[in-house]
Design a protein around this ligand. Structure first.
Ligand SMILES: [Zn+2]
Length: 126
């Protein structure tokens, strides 16, 4: 009788250990995906120019299409005011704004906002 109980307990623990392992793996993966965005220090996002970009990301309507099967890490994006699609990932963008400043552009902020990596700019936060 005790044997059955011990076996059941061991099986139960093994199942949980496996669940925890899968969860940790998933968490690690999602951390790695967010990492490119943290190349910029937090205070960059409080610069007036950057707040404008965040506002732009909130206000404009974007067409977003995931590229390949990278799990949405890379996508093609086009805002209403853009003339064409550009390729965007959390740490890099193909647009002119990004090439010029090397700081997050509205496309990168759009991704970051969707993933909850940054707070939307509050009214009068300049
Ligand atoms: Zn861009």
């Amino acid at each position: 009788m005790i044997k059955i109980f011990v076996t059941a307990a061991v099986v139960f623990l093994l199942i949980w250990a496996n669940k925890i392992r899968i969860y940790l793996k998933w968490q690690k993966k999602s951390e790695a995906e967010k990492k490119p965005f943290y190349r910029w220090p937090e205070n960059v996002h409080h610069e007036p120019e950057q707040i404008k970009q965040i506002r732009q990301a909130q206000m404009e309507h974007f067409q977003i299409e995931p590229v390949g099967n990278a799990g949405g890490k890379i996508c093609r994006m086009k805002a209403e005011s853009d003339s064409d699609f550009c390729f965007v990932a959390l740490g890099i963008c193909q647009c002119e704004e990004f090439k010029k400043e090397h700081k997050p552009c509205k496309h990168i902020y759009k991704l970051a906002l969707d993933k909850g990596l940054i707070q939307p700019a509050a009214e009068g936060d300049e």
